[in-house]
Structure formats: C-alpha cells, structure tokens
Ligand binder design. Sequence first.
Ligand SMILES: Cc1cc2nc3c(=O)[nH]c(=O)nc-3n(C[C@H](O)[C@H](O)[C@H](O)COP(=O)(O)O)c2cc1C
Length: 305
Amino acid sequence: MTRTLDRTARIRSAWQAAWDQGRLEALDELLSPGYVRRRGPAAAPQDREQFKDSVRAVRRAFPDLRTEIEEIVEDGERLAIRWRSTGRHTGDFLGVPPTGRPVEVSGATFSRFDGAAVAEEWVTFDSRQLLEALGIVTTTKEAAVEADLVRGVHRKFITGVTVVTCDDDGKPRGLAVNAFASISLDPPMVLVCVQRSSTTHPALHRATHLGINILAADQLDVARTFASKADDKFAPHPWTPGGHGAPLLDGCCAQLEVEIGERLEAGSHTVFTGRVVSARHDDLAPLVYSGGGFFDISQTAPLPW
Ligand SMILES: Cc1cc2nc3c(=O)[nH]c(=O)nc-3n(C[C@H](O)[C@H](O)[C@H](O)COP(=O)(O)O)c2cc1C
C-alpha cells in the first residue's frame, strides 16, 4: 500500500515539476536511465533525453502548460494514467506558427516500473483534438455553397489531364484525373484527388506506388478511355511498368512514379499524397482541359511577361 502511494505520488509530483514548471531534472529521478517511451507504431520510440527534449519543445510552444492527472490505476508494476493538458499556443509547434489559440489535449499513459523507476511507457492521445485545437483540421459548421456555382468556378481554372495508374496484383488500373498538383519540390511531393466511387479507388488503397501520366495534346483517345468505366482500359493503349511497378503509358509528355504517403479522406474524394520516386518529360505539348473542353496548347499565343 505504501508502495502504491509512493509511485502515484512520485508520478504526480514529477509530472507537475517537468510539464508545468519546466524542471526536467525531476524526470531523471522518476525514469530509469534505460527508459523507453513508445508512442505507437508510426513514431520512433524515445529515450529519456529525447523525451526531455520533447517536453522542452512542448513548453516552448505552450509556456502556460498545465497537465492535470485525472486518474491513476495501479496493477502490480504497471500504472495507467489518464491526463488532460491545457495551454495557449504562443510558440512554433509541429511546424505550426503560433496561433494564440487555447489548446486542450487528453490522453493516457501506461507506465511499467522496474523497481523504483519507470522503465517503459506507452502514450496515446487524441491527435484529432490537437489538430482541431491548432486549426489544422476544421469541422465546418457553415452551410455549403451550391454545387453548380462551385462547378462554374472550377470551369474557369485550366488544368492538364493525367492518367493516374497503379499495379493491382499484376493487373494495371487507372483513371483520368485533372485534380493533380505539386505540393513541394524539396522533397518532391505531389497530390491527386480521386473520387471514392471510382472503381480504381480500392486498388489505389492497396497500392504502394502510383503512376501519374501527363497526357500529350494528341492523346484525346487515351483521356476518353480512362475517363470511362471500360473493363480493360489498358488494352488499346501500350504501356510498360515503371521501375516501381506503376503502369506508364506510351506517348505521354511527362510521367512520375510516386510512393504513396498519406490517404486523406476529404468530402467525396480521397487525397493521395506522396513522394516522387521517378520522373521523366519530353518536348511534346500537353493536353489542356478548360471549361469542359480539350485544347492543344501549341495553338495558343504566349503572352508577354
Ligand atoms: C478531364 C477529366 C478529369 C477528371 N478528373 C478527375 C479527378 O480529378 N478525380 C476523379 O476522381 N475523377 C476524375 N475524372 C473522372 C474519372 O476519370 C471517371 O469518373 C472515370 O470513369 C473513373 O473510372 P473508374 O471508376 O474506372 O476508376 C475526370 C474525368 C475527365 C474527363
């Protein structure tokens, strides 16, 4: 019983010292030298010094940070801690510049003691709550603008046409996509938006890589095929697998292979982001899509700039 009180009281006082007051040395007394902090499969585990660095970083971003331990349950060498942190975002955090917003995050930490010190912890928290509080993700409350009006706006925006492809267990799959954009050059990253109702969509979820084939001005027939629901869209159009397996169509003016990074659900579509892993282009003019029609850009007059 004394031990229970000891551990619970030590966690409460070390957390308050470190998180609320920035006295990181309190963690040296609580955590063993070989301490490991696990934050789920996507993040690398942290050792004691790395954890202290991340507490410093959080405190720089939220100098008025307060962490309240709402409950501690002990079972042998293990403790489960339910916590809630609040603070105002006044410094850079995860690449987000200060927003001045009040932020609240709840989570749970599972601690395993080895003798007097914590040897290992597993931390889980509500990341959606954090993203919403920082304004990175917003749940819209406003009424939507009428779809026809938005469609009219999109018709004023000129794009090229791509065929987004992937290998699906040996079968090439693909669809016409004009919702393609560059995200970053260093590292080179791009995105495409694909409607969830597309028959290619499940294959894009299974795939590790996608191909982006930017159509040349003389590939209207390719656009037509890949904008259809034909059974084997690749049969009339020669192609070869790229170095990373994504189908690359012959005769395109530029092509990328992309390692898929994130699949973000957004409205009726999924946004696939990824890193460019191979690229090529040549002198062919691209096919242009504008206001529902197709154009050959080599027939247009360049404007002085
Ligand atoms: C010029 C053009 C651009 C298109 N852009 C997109 C797009 O960005 N995203 C998308 O999901 N569908 C887009 N489509 C529609 C799909 O290509 C079309 O729905 C296709 O039939 C889907 O094929 P699937 O269901 O076999 O995958 C576009 C069609 C055309 C003609």
